[in-house]
Design a protein around this ligand. Structure first.
Ligand code: SF4
Length: 258
């Protein structure tokens, strides 16, 4: 028996049929990133015995780490650190090499004047504001401290352009105090390993001061800066050649061929 073909729906009726609704695509990467962030947030700082070993290894590799900002005395160190805000040490050194040959005291800086100072440092970011601050802090040093840089945190932080980090660097390098200057490198390295966790430089500074053994306090900030600048870089840390990788809890560790 032959079956009759079913009658076709008119074209207008076919067009009226609703199209299936596509489900929204959930981006897996977002989920993954959120999970990674959450798991990182749960990571605890390494134990104190491990902290000691981390610094023992830094010490073995470089017993006397040095800051890379060129200077000839406490005053030029202070000026160099003020100029280094949001700039690289190499960029600051390029500009100050000629400046510090001519100017190495607050008195000479005032004699040079703001306009000529600007010429020396014009390759450094924010040079106009920085020139103003250097002239202003030189005036304060002459009037209040007989032209000397004070060995005192409060006094330093009252100088124009000087914040907590700058004061810490000067107290450490010029006066030998075991201070912890937290710059972008120290902040990143400390949170990655983690040594001390914190959302602000002040929190990380306080955390590091609590856990770093006194024997390493003097050089700790230089070891961490140099480690962050040359090895534990922001975009691609070189974990495969890191001397403290066995203590570090940062994951995933990078490979040379990535
Ligand atoms: S293992 Fe990697 S992330 Fe950890 S401190 Fe070393 S370079 Fe940094």
């Amino acid at each position: 028996m032959t079956r009759k073909p079913l009658p076709r729906k008119p074209a207008s009726s076919r067009r009226a049929e609703p199209k299936p609704v596509k489900k929204p695509v959930v981006k897996k990467a977002t989920t993954k990133n959120t999970a990674a962030k959450k798991s990182r947030a749960r990571i605890k700082p390494i134990e104190s015995a491990s902290v000691e070993e981390v610094f023992r290894r830094f010490h073995k590799i470089e017993p006397e780490p040095k800051g890379e900002l060129e200077h000839v005395n406490a005053y030029t160190l202070l000026v160099a650190v003020v100029l280094s805000a949001q700039a690289t040490d190499a960029g600051v050194n390029k500009a100050t090499r000629a400046l510090f040959k001519r100017v190495d005291t607050p008195k000479k800086m005032i004699a040079l004047g703001e306009e000529k100072l600007r010429d020396y440092i014009k390759t450094i970011g924010l040079f106009r504001t920085k020139a103003k601050n250097v002239i202003a802090l030189s005036e304060v040093l002459i009037h209040d401290y007989k032209g000397e840089v004070p060995d005192d945190r409060d006094a330093l932080q009252k100088l124009p352009g000087v914040g907590r980090k700058t004061a810490n660097v000067v107290l450490n390098m010029a006066f030998g105090h075991p201070t912890m200057a937290v710059d972008t490198h120290v902040f990143r390295v400390s949170n990655r390993i983690p040594l001390a966790l914190g959302k602000t430089p002040e929190q990380v500074e306080a955390g590091l001061e609590k856990i770093i053994p006194a024997a390493f306090g003097m050089h700790a900030h230089h070891w961490l800066i140099l480690h962050g600048r040359y090895l534990c870089r922001a975009r691609k840390p070189e974990c495969w050649r890191c001397p403290i990788a066995d203590f570090c809890r940062f994951e995933p560790k990078s490979q040379p061929n990535e």
